[in-house]
Design a protein. Structure first.
Length: 58
């Protein structure tokens, strides 16, 4: 059951390896307990397509 939803800022921090605390919390969570909304996915894709390094960010 999903108990936590990751927001856009948290995803950016995770992919950029900028938050060891957040990564540790996620790694300690039960499988399937963390979700990602379609809105966050859209924001990440939109940001990647608006960036100078589209293929790198996708």
């Amino acid at each position: 059951m999903i108990t936590h939803l990751i927001n856009t800022n948290a995803m950016i921090a995770l992919t950029g390896r900028k938050s060891d605390t957040l990564l540790a919390h996620i790694m300690d969570s039960d499988e399937g307990s963390i979700g990602l909304s379609s809105i966050v996915m859209h924001e990440l894709y939109y940001g990647a397509y608006k960036s100078a390094k589209i293929s790198y960010n996708l």
